[in-house]
Design a protein around this ligand. Structure first.
Ligand code: IMP
Length: 429
């Protein structure tokens, strides 16, 4: 069974890109299955840092085929920009190495304008979206009025479809008193992008299944995280797609019998961007320390929006839930090095919800907002971990921290990261 699914176990930004990059070294296909350019994947290779929003992290391996699956929503103009950025970095992308699903949906400038207008209307209750048009694009998809990447293949039909779609969104924008989209300019920009993208667009469902039959190893690259899933996350403070393992199947079009590994990626602490409950958030010096100053690209500021992330202690209650929803077979823990220097560390092992002690999160967001974490305290460590490469060389307190999380989750933790660079990984023995 040749498929590995890699999923964020928290609210996104877990550092998935670097593990995809690592797994890609022994895979033939890397496929993204959900979301769009709301994602920000950072992979550091030596002195170079690659920031990807749409294209799978597998693209950094020349022998790997990258797929943008049907579950994605794609802004064609931004995709062309990302391809040009990578070409400038010496990464050659061809229709052989990047394949875009005909069934993926298109994000239009109308979707972006609607995302902004809806967030502005929500005021203090805003979701805090990335303003990339993600929600409105999925809204059109499920409402059966969306445009698909396959529509870009016929330029004349596409221009008409795009014009009609923009006129529809302009009508909505006018009702909301928001600025309208310049339709001819937007259509021209998209027609130009379509000219560039046409050779890359194909039936990726068929391709992936053919490769699976041939015995290829496929890595399904998750974007966002479990707690942002439209079904399983902290609704309505979620994205509009399914970043969980079920989403990998529908977002690429293969059956569950192909999957043998489901890797959850979690940070060694918790972060969240945008609104919504986050029980272990630390709006204090601890949170500020976890966040970092922003001087380094791996500090807790969004790759896509630059927003400061909310930071707090590791929430094992949420991780337990993520493991259950996704069927994780193992966990990878990132940014362990950031915890150096804390005298003690806290793990949320349960919540008090209205006087009741629970070990799984409440299923309604308003109850979750009232959850008070019950912490277990562990010893911290002083040593800098960024140069450590083996489990045995970690301070005993760091090993105890990792082992305790593994024990609480009843899940093996196989990989740790102790810095942003490709080689700053530790295999847990
Ligand atoms: P949207 O996906 O832009 O609609 O945003 C919905 C919510 O998901 C907001 O809280 C965003 O901050 C969050 N979100 C979307 N993509 C990411 C991501 O890649 N990392 C972290 N949070 C994200």
């Amino acid at each position: 069974m040749p498929v590995t699914i890699l999923i964020g176990a928290q609210w996104g930004d877990e550092g998935k890109g670097r593990f995809v990059d690592w797994l890609a070294g022994s895979a033939q296909v890397v496929a993204r299955y959900s979301g769009g350019d709301n994602a920000g994947h950072t992979v550091a290779v030596g002195q170079k840092v690659y920031k990807l929003h749409l294209i799978p992290s597998g693209v950094l391996h020349s022998e790997v085929v990258s797929i943008m699956g049907n579950g994605m929503v794609i802004n064609p103009v931004n995709l062309v920009k990302e391809m040009d950025y990578l070409a400038g970095e010496g990464i050659n992308i061809t229709p052989e190495t990047l394949r875009i699903s005909t069934r993926a949906h298109v994000i239009t400038p109308g979707h972006i304008a609607l995302d902004k207008a809806r967030e502005a209307q929500l005021g203090a209750g805003a979701i805090g979206t990335t303003l990339r048009g993600i929600g409105p694009a999925y809204f059109d998809k499920t409402g059966r009025t969306g445009i698909r990447m396959g529509d870009l293949l016929d330029v004349e039909v596409f221009a008409d479809t795009m014009t009609a779609a923009l006129e529809r969104s302009n009508a909505q924008l006018a009702q909301m008193g928001a600025e309208l989209v310049d339709v001819p300019a937007a259509v021209q920009a998209y027609v130009d992008a379509a000219d560039r993208l046409r050779p890359f667009i194909q039936d990726t469902t068929l391709y992936i299944n053919q490769r699976l039959q041939e015995g290829a190893r496929v890595v399904s690259e998750g974007a966002q995280g479990t707690l942002l899933d439209v079904d399983h996350g902290t609704y309505p403070f979620v994205t509009s797609s399914s970043p969980t393992s079920g989403g990998a199947l529908t977002g690429l079009g293969f059956g569950p019998t192909h999957v043998d590994r489901v890797i959850g990626v979690a940070k060694a602490f918790s972060t969240r961007v945008g609104g919504g409950p986050m029980p272990t958030e630390q709006q204090n010096e601890i949170g500020a320390r976890l966040r970092g100053t922003g001087e380094n690209f791996w500090d807790e500021y969004g790759t896509t929006t630059g927003r400061a992330r909310r930071c707090g202690w590791l929430d094992v209650v949420m991780l337990r839930y993520a493991a259950m929803v996704n069927g994780f077979t193992e966990l990878a823990l990132t940014k362990l090095d950031v915890l150096s220097g804390f005298e003690t560390l806290q793990l949320a092992v349960g919540y008090d919800v209205d006087g009741q002690h629970v070990t799984t999160p409440p299923s309604t967001t308003y109850q979750l907002a009232r959850a008070v974490p019950i912490y277990e305290t562990l010893h911290g460590w002083e040593a800098d971990l960024t140069g450590v490469r083996s489990w045995g060389d970690l301070p005993v307190e760091a090993r105890q921290y990792v082992s305790r999380i593994s024990e609480l989750l009843e899940l093996p933790i196989r990989m740790l990261s102790v810095g942003p660079e490709r080689t700053q990984l530790i295999q847990v023995s």
